[in-house]
Write a protein that binds this ligand. Structure first.
Ligand code: GUN
Ligand code: ZN
Length: 433
């Protein structure tokens, strides 16, 4: 069969390293770039002027003037069942879960409801330029079947799992250590490594899992060494107090997971807002990742994530929207909130670091940087086209700006879904504004 080659032309930016350590060597930027895709994978990326003469004449070129192409955004923590209860008023974490989240998740026992929400959710991801996400389902295995079926239909690289939760939640949402083990195992065998789908063992957080259930989660990771672990960690001070009561023998919050063998290079912990030096060190030495969720941390009043501290300890970090604790599906908006969180910490989140975190940094946090995250030859061609003229204000603000860092900063400060002109999956147009 002959190769299918397509090309997209616009300004082009991608990262090969973390700008915090590699500076200007961390990225490649072509003001007039060309991205060449062969059979759904990156073939080449570079200056249009040099590359156009090399293209066969039969290849069609999609040209986006006044736009920037970057790798697709990676959301390292989000809850698809919370799509319909985003923007719920007035509470911090534990009361918010009880008042809004658990009742909303109850409805996912019905597969047709799960399908409906999965569809809205995936449309919303693509509208926002998010091409890969690490996703919470509910306790119902049906919620994961619905999500993976829809993601598979769209050829998406997605990671998801069924919530494991056997206490401290309404009776109607509880499983048991044994049923959660069996259901997760069945789902792993059904979905993990099918096309672009991957499974995450998903104990909600240590409050809602008994020691017996956390041990079952550890057993699943032993039996299926290439699945993920996805949970919450040290988000809110009342949550941390309750952890102390429930696990009086644990050294700290992370130790609860550590003693059940849940840390490792495919383990992603959402939040990590209140972590001591020892916990940061332990995350780093086990290759575990944190998901930085600034929109959620501000909305739920949880606290201010310390990105500089994580850089110092060498902890892997990706960006998470944490919808519906977070208030936007947009990673641009989430980065804007991330900048403000850093301001309140007396730190600066540079625009280059921001785009790194939303692309290659997220891929590294998900241990997927051999497949996605930048435009290295052979990677899966998921990318986004961002519009420098998306709104009258963005257009006006950028009219005389040539500096790429300044353009990126304006996009994260003023941009949202409106800035996404198109989203491509495996080289195919999947969304157009
Ligand atoms: N901790 C336990 N469950 C949740 C949840 O659904 N959202 C957030 N933000 N934190 C949690
Ligand atoms: Zn969450």
């Amino acid at each position: 069969m002959s190769d299918t080659i397509t090309a997209v032309r616009a300004a082009l930016l991608h990262f090969t390293a973390d700008p915090a350590s590699a500076g200007d060597q961390a990225y490649q930027y072509y003001p007039d770039g060309l991205l060449i895709i062969k059979n759904g994978y990156i073939d080449n990326a570079g200056p249009a002027e040099q590359m156009l003469p090399l293209l066969p004449e039969s290849v069609s070129i999609n040209h986006y003037p006044n736009c920037l192409i970057t790798p697709g955004f990676i959301d390292t923590h989000i809850h698809y069942p919370q799509t319909g209860m985003i923007a719920s008023y007035g509470e911090q974490l534990l009361d918010w879960l009880e008042k809004y989240t658990f009742p909303a998740e109850k409805a996912f026992a019905d597969p047709s409801h799960a399908e409906e929400v999965a569809e809205v959710f995936l449309n919303e991801l693509l509208r926002n330029g998010t091409t890969t996400a690490l996703v919470f389902g509910t306790v119902h295995p049906e919620s994961v079947d619905a999500f993976f079926s829809q993601a598979q239909r769209r050829c998406l690289r997605m990671i998801a799992g069924k919530v494991m939760m056997d206490r401290q939640a309404p009776e109607y949402l509880l499983d048991t250590p044994e049923s959660s083990y069996q259901q997760s195992k069945t789902l792993i065998e059904r979905w993990h490594q099918q096309d672009r789908l991957l499974y995450a063992v998903t104990p909600r957080f240590a409050i809602t899992s008994s020691k017996e259930q956390l041990a079952k989660a550890g057993q699943l990771l032993q039996e299926f060494p290439d699945v993920y672990l996805h949970t919450h960690l040290s988000e809110n001070t009342d949550e941390i107090e309750l952890i102390k009561q429930l696990f009086p023998d644990a050294k700290d919050y992370l130790d609860v997971y550590d003693t059940h063998q849940l840390l490792g290079s495919r383990s992603v912990f959402a939040h990590g807002v209140h972590l001591c030096d020892h916990q940061c060190q332990r995350l780093a030495e086990t290759g575990s990742a944190l998901s930085f969720c600034p929109s959620s941390n501000l909305f739920l009043g949880s606290g201010l994530f310390d990105l500089a501290k994580m850089e110092k300890y060498g902890v892997k970090v990706g960006m998470g929207t944490d919808v519906g604790g977070g208030t936007s599906f947009s990673l641009l908006q989430t980065l804007g909130d991330g900048y403000k969180v850093n301001q309140l910490k007396g730190q600066q989140l540079s625009p280059l670091k921001s785009f790194y975190l939303a692309t290659l940094g997220g891929a590294k946090a998900l241990n997927l940087d051999s497949k996605i995250g930048n435009f290295t030859k052979g990677k899966e061609a998921d990318f986004v086209v961002l519009d420098y003229q998306a709104t009258p204000l963005i257009k006006y603000r950028l009219q005389h700006t040539t500096d790429i860092a300044e353009k990126l900063f304006v996009l994260t400060t003023l941009g949202d879904d409106r800035a996404v002109a198109a989203t491509y999956i495996m080289g195919q147009l999947a969304y157009q504004r």
